[in-house]
Design a protein around this ligand. Structure first.
Ligand code: PMP
Length: 422
C-alpha cells in the first residue's frame, strides 16, 4: 500500500506522451536507473538560485561571494549525505564516469586494482585502461554463481598478490544486486587494500555512510539522484586525491604558475580546473537533503514493495526471466532486468512506448561482461523505479507485457532502430 502514491513529488510526473493511435497517456517512467526525474524541491531550488549566477572562487563582487558560498555549502552537503569522515574530500564531478576516471588517475603508481566482471563499464574501463608509465594494472575477477563463492574468490585473489584498491558496485544497474559491502571491506582491509564503491545505483535507493561502512571512496551521479544532469561527486580519502595528477589542468586548480613550473592546489580544487558547475552542485545538494530527510526506511519500503510487485507480476508472464547474478544475494534495489522468451528486447521496449506510453530501457546496459555472465547474448529489458513511481505504473508495464505476449504488437507502425514511426 505504501507504493500506491509517490514518495516524493517529481517534475514531469504528469507529462503526457503520444501513442501510435493518436491518443496521449501519462508517461509511465520506469527508467529511473538511467536518469531519474528531478524532485520538485530541486527544481524550485534551481529557480531560486539561477538569478545569483556569478563567477565562483575568483570574483570579488557580492554575487560571486554568494555563488562561492553556495558551491562550497553544496560540497559540504554532498559529503554529509555520503557520511564522509572529517578529513575526506568531496570533488564535484560531471557524473559517476567522471568521478571513477578521476580516482583511477589517483591510485598510487604501481598500485594494482581488483574489480569484478559484473561492473558497469564506468567501473571497469577506467581501471583496465592502461595508464602509460604509471605501472598501475587491474585484475578483472570472474564473478561466481553465489555471493559466498564470489567472496571466497575475492579473498583468494587478495591473498595471491598485493592490491591497492578493490572497486565494486553498490548496486548493479542491471539486476539491482550487490555483494555485501561490509564483507568486501573486511576482506580488503585484511589484505591492506582500499575499497571504492560505484554508488550510481546505490545512493538514489539506500542510505550509505563512508564512515560507518569503512569504504574509502564513493562515486555517484546527480541525474540518477533526482537532480538535473551535469553534476556528480567523488568523495573519499584525502591523501590519494591530494597526491594524484590533477584531473583537469587549468585555472582554479593551481596555486602559482610560471612558464617553467606549476604549483597545484590540494584536493578538491586540484581536480576541479575550470569554472565549476554551481547550479549543478546546488541542485545535487538539494536532492541529497531531500533524500536524507525521508523517514528512516521509507525509501527502502517504497521500492521494495514496487520491486516485489514487478517481480511477482513477471513470474506470471509466459517466457519472462528476471536476471540474477547470484542465487544467494539479498535485498536488491528497485532495478529489474528481464528477458521475454525469444522476443527481441528492442522491439518489446519500442512496443511498450508506442502502444502504452511506458518508458523502459533495453539492450546491454553498459555492462556487456555482466550480460554475458548471466547468459544473455542479445539484450534484455530493464524496468527501474524510484520515489515518483506508483503501483499503477508497475501494473501498466505488466499489462503491456501481457498484451505483447498475448497478441503481439499492432501492425500499424514500424520500428526503426528501436524507435517507432507511424
Ligand atoms: N555505474 C552504474 C552502476 C551506473 O548505473 C551508471 C549509469 N548507468 C554509471 C556507473 C555511470 O553513470 P554516469 O552515466 O552518470 O556517469
Amino acid at each position: 500500500a505504501c507504493a500506491a502514491t509517490a514518495l516524493l513529488p517529481v517534475v514531469g510526473g504528469d507529462t503526457r506522451v503520444p501513442l501510435v493511435d493518436g491518443r496521449s497517456v501519462p508517461y509511465a517512467n520506469l527508467d529511473y536507473a538511467a536518469s531519474a526525474p528531478a524532485l520538485e524541491s530541486v527544481a524550485a531550488r534551481v529557480v531560486e538560485v539561477l538569478p545569483l549566477y556569478a563567477s565562483v572562487h575568483r570574483g570579488a563582487g557580492y554575487l560571486s561571494q554568494v555563488s562561492t558560498a553556495l558551491y562550497e555549502a553544496s560540497r559540504a552537503t554532498v559529503a554529509r549525505f555520503v557520511g564522509a569522515r572529517p578529513d575526506d574530500v568531496a570533488v564535484v564531478t560531471r557524473n559517476t564516469t567522471d568521478a571513477l576516471n578521476l580516482l583511477a588517475g589517483c591510485v598510487p603508481d604501481g598500485g594494482r586494482v581488483l574489480v569484478l566482471d559484473v561492473e558497469h563499464h564506468a567501473n571497469l574501463l577506467p581501471w583496465v585502461r592502461s595508464v602509460r608509465g604509471s605501472g598501475r594494472t587491474a585484475t578483472i575477477l570472474p564473478s561466481a554463481p553465489t555471493v559466498a563463492e564470489t567472496l571466497t574468490a575475492l579473498r583468494t585473489e587478495l591473498a595471491r598478490q598485493p592490491y591497492a584498491l578493490v572497486t565494486l558496485t553498490g548496486a548493479s544497474n542491471v539486476t539491482g544486486e550487490a555483494l555485501p559491502i561490509a564483507s568486501v571491506v573486511a576482506l580488503a582491509q585484511e589484505a591492506g587494500a582500499r575499497v571504492a564503491v560505484d554508488g550510481a545505483q546505490l545512493l538514489p535507493h539506500r542510505a550509505f555512510s563512508l564512515a560507518a561502512s569503512g569504504v574509502d571512496y564513493v562515486a555517484f551521479s546527480g541525474h540518477k539522484t533526482y537532480a538535473p544532469f551535469g553534476a556528480g561527486a567523488l568523495v573519499g580519502r584525502r591523501d590519494w586525491l591530494d597526491a594524484g595528477t590533477p584531473y583537469l589542468a587549468g585555472g582554479g586548480a593551481v596555486r602559482d604558475v610560471r612558464t617553467d613550473r606549476t604549483l597545484w592546489q590540494p584536493a578538491p580544487a586540484r581536480h576541479e580546473g575550470g569554472s565549476p558547475n554551481v547550479l549543478g552542485a546546488v541542485a545535487l545538494a538539494e536532492a541529497c537533503d531531500a533524500l536524507a530527510e525521508l523517514p528512516a526506511g521509507a525509501l527502502d519500503e517504497h521500492e521494495r514493495a514496487l520491486r516485489e510487485r514487478l517481480v511477482d507480476g513477471l513470474a506470471a508472464i509466459p517466457g519472462a526471466r528476471v536476471l540474477r547474478l547470484w542465487s544467494d544475494s539479498a535485498d536488491p534495489v528497485g532495478v529489474v532486468a528481464f528477458t521475454l522468451g525469444d522476443h527481441d528486447s528492442g522491439l518489446v521496449a519500442a512496443y511498450l512506448s508506442a502502444e502504452h506510453g511506458i518508458g523502459v530501457r533495453d539492450g546491454r546496459f553498459c555492462a556487456h561482461p555482466l550480460l554475458a555472465r548471466v547468459g544473455v547474448t542479445g539484450g534484455a529489458i530493464r524496468a527501474s523505479v524510484g520515489v515518483g513511481t506508483t503501483t499503477e505504473t508497475v501494473d501498466r508495464l505488466l499489462a503491456g507485457l501481457r498484451a505483447y505476449v498475448g497478441e503481439g504488437p499492432a501492425a500499424s507502425y514500424e520500428v526503426v532502430d528501436g524507435c517507432w514511426t507511424v
